[in-house]
Write a protein that binds this ligand. Structure first.
Ligand code: EPS
Length: 386
């Protein structure tokens, strides 16, 4: 749930493009199409991506809400055109035509196909998959860049890195000197966004194997955000808790199966004395000896780094497909296959960064308020506690 910001996206994977509207951003925030392009380029990267990313050079045009390089306080509207559209003009046309393409009728296990057909009374899986596709996340990254910029203006930065692809795990710890920005600089240079170059190679090998076998692999990544003040989110109501809001937003990304805050699942096997972060005092502020809580206690930020992990399942479109049943004939056949990615975990980590940007910008505006960036900054100066 977002309290102060609203955003919507529209568009099909092979339609004309993606539309996005972001409302609730204060006036006076500097933003450019180039900044948005830079984040979109990060989402296009990653070892194991399929042919589509070679076709597209994702670029979002700003159609509303910005004048002379700064937000107006009005809704921000973005348009991201699909280059691939020209190959789909008849199959995806808005108007009926005499070459609509063959209906897709073999639902893929793990995809939205079967439940989508039955829910919307469609008889062509294309009507489901075009919107269920992760293509839509390009617009989330584009809109999320505006929130990322707002956060960077007030000292909050967000980074991420991949820690697992299939059964290959990088259990290294992010060195303290690596700020989220520096972390991103470093891992953006890795084809799998991995900090550890030995593990990186094994990750690439397992992606190669999946691809050669007509299969797919998922994985895990970690997100870190620093510069948060105390008290984003609240313990006072179920839908105000910051970790609940973060989890909801990350779980909304295509193919996500789980979210962990701090040392999350491992805490189940520990004593309370081992997991709770002891409190100290240094000159003028409270400190912590550890950060197992991942920067959130009682649904509120604790001014410690925010640490989140998320798991993505293997993409359900398989070149060596699983068993399925034809939606019309009810005959057993193998599931539908089409161009796909064998691994999209690195790209998904950029999408997840963007989702965290929406939640944090929203929580900042909820706590401090302001119709312009100068008002917001003044409110933070007066009442922000770090
Ligand atoms: C994606 C675009 C899609 C896929 C991928 C994500 O393009 P196409 O379907 O034309 O190949 O590459 O989506 C999936 C694999 C999926 O199952 O949703 C993108 O822009 O990220």
């Amino acid at each position: 749930m977002l309290a102060k910001i609203n955003y919507l996206t529209s568009g099909e994977s092979h339609g004309q493009g993606l539309l996005g509207i972001l409302d609730g951003i204060p006036a006076g925030l500097e933003i450019s199409e180039t900044e948005i392009r830079n984040q979109l380029a990060r989402r296009q990267m990653g070892y194991g991506r399929g042919g589509r990313m070679k076709i597209e050079t994702d670029y979002a045009e700003i159609w509303g809400g910005v004048r002379h390089g700064k937000t107006l306080g009005s809704p921000i509207g973005l348009v991201l055109k699909n280059k691939d559209w020209e190959n789909w003009i008849n199959k995806m046309s808005v108007e009926p035509n005499d070459q609509p393409g063959k209906k897709v009728t073999l639902p893929r296990p793990g995809h939205a196909d079967l439940a989508g057909l039955l829910k919307y009374d469609h008889d062509d899986i294309r009507n489901i998959l075009e919107r269920a596709s992760a293509r839509e996340t390009a617009m989330r990254v584009a809109l999320g860049t505006v929130c990322r910029k707002l956060l960077s203006e007030i000292g909050i930065t967000i980074g991420s890195r991949v820690t697992q692809i299939h059964d290959i795990i990088d259990d290294s710890i992010i060195p303290l000197e690596l700020t989220p920005e520096k972390l991103n600089q470093k891992v953006d240079a890795s084809p799998v966004r991995c900090l550890n170059s030995d593990v990186e190679k094994s990750m690439m090998n397992i992606i190669d194997k999946a691809k050669a076998d007509g299969d797919s692999v998922g994985g895990v990544f970690e997100i870190i955000a620093t510069g948060l003040p105390y008290g984003l989110g609240s313990y006072t109501q179920w839908n105000k808790k910051l970790h609940a809001r973060i989890s909801e937003s990350i779980m909304s990304i295509n193919a996500f199966k789980g979210v962990e805050i701090g040392t999350g699942f491992a805490q189940a096997g520990k004593f309370g004395s081992e997991v709770h972060d002891e409190i100290g005092w240094n000159v003028n502020k409270f400190t912590r000896y550890t950060n197992n809580s991942g920067g959130i206690e009682g649904g509120m930020s604790t001014a410690q780094p925010l640490l989140i992990k998320a798991v993505m399942k293997p993409i359900p479109t398989l070149i060596k497909p699983l068993r399925s049943v034809d939606f019309n004939t009810k005959k057993e056949e193998n599931a539908h296959k089409e161009r796909t990615d064998s691994c999209a975990v690195p790209a998904a980590s950029i999408v997840a960064e963007s989702m965290v940007c929406f939640v944090l910008a929203d929580a900042i505006l909820e706590k401090f308020g302001g119709d312009s960036m100068s008002q917001l900054k003044a409110h933070i100066k007066i009442s922000g506690k770090y």
